[in-house]
Design a protein around this ligand. Structure first.
Ligand code: T3D
Length: 261
């Protein structure tokens, strides 16, 4: 098996499942991942999505054996086709699906594995996780959205450091950089991450989806455009059942019971 998908209430857990290859992304994994993300994105019953890895790695990026024949014959793979066919849709689904996505980084993350984690809305990690951009180690530039996400998350200086110096970043550094949102001891990661996913999945999903879109859109927009975009999204959010429930719960002094509608 190369990838497994399980539901935990309204959260979907997608696990990269090639532990012997540290969850390197070969053709079948990339196809299965894009398919699983597409299904989760389109299923209104799914209200939060976790991406994690089986075994001791989160993901070590592109499977460097997938194109071994090309390299042995002295040519590079068709990167444009590969990015267009696999990496762009995967990263866009993680970043743009209208529900929260969380990378649960259980171990090593390298290359495009880092890119996948960066494309998620949040990153939670094991205290034993470590991160390396790794692209420069094989003479490539960071891709799969990492040149967009990384400097926005950690700042230009840290991004340059990770890309050019290429050192490993451990979990404590990742937290200090702002690369991850939470770090838990390895033995607590699954339990804590499941609780975090359950909380996200019980949230006002439509507002979360719009929040994601607003933050992302407004990274490249002036204040006036941001204010206009917020107004449009707030009018739509104000018409949801979850908004009515949230205010009603406040007035009735009880916790809200959001339905994602
Ligand atoms: O299309 C495009 O745009 C291309 C985009 C490319 C972006 C990328 O993602 S390039 C790949 C970037 N990743 C790397 O460079 C990481 C390569 N791996 C490593 O440096 C090491 O494996 C680690 C430092 C991550 C871990 O080292 P260690 O000693 O703990 O484990 P190991 O023995 O090296 O690896 C265990 C197995 O996983 C091993 O298989 P084997 O020999 O036991 O059969 C190893 O070959 C395999 N593996 C690790 N990384 C990859 C991989 N197999 C295929 N592709 C990998 N990237």
């Amino acid at each position: 098996m190369s990838l497994s998908v399980r539901r935990d209430g309204a959260a979907t857990w997608i696990t990269l499942d090639r532990p012997d290859a540290l969850n390197a992304l070969d053709g079948p994994v990339k196809e299965a991942l894009a398919g699983a993300l597409g299904e989760a994105a389109g299923d209104p019953g799914v209200r939060a999505v976790a991406l994690t890895g089986a075994g001791r790695a989160f993901c070590v990026g592109q499977d460097l054996r997938e194109f071994e024949e090309d390299y042995r014959e002295g040519r590079a793979p068709d990167f444009a086709a590969e990015l267009d066919r696999h990496y762009e849709p995967i990263c866009r689904l993680l970043a743009e699906m209208p529900k929260p996505t969380v990378a649960v980084v259980n171990g090593v993350a390298a290359g495009a594995g880092v890119s996948l984690a960066l494309a998620c809305d949040l990153r939670v990690a094991s205290s034993t996780s470590r991160w390396r951009l790794a692209f420069s180690g094989i003479g490539l530039v960071p891709d799969a959205g990492s040149t967009w996400h990384l400097p926005r998350l950690v700042g230009l200086s840290r991004a340059m450091e990770m890309a050019l110096l290429g050192d490993w970043v451990d979990a404590d550094q990742a937290l200090a950089f702002g690369l991850v949102n939470r770090v838990w001891p390895a033995e607590d990661l699954q339990r804590e991450a499941e609780a975090a996913l359950a909380a996200l999945a019980a949230g006002p999903t439509l507002a979360f989806g719009r929040t994601k879109a607003l933050f992302r859109d407004h990274l490249g927009t002036g204040l006036a455009g941001a204010l206009a975009g917020e107004a449009e999204a707030q009018v739509a959010s104000g018409q949801t059942k979850d908004h009515l429930e949230g205010v009603t719960a406040f007035l009735e002094k009880r916790p809200p019971n959001f339905q994602g509608a």
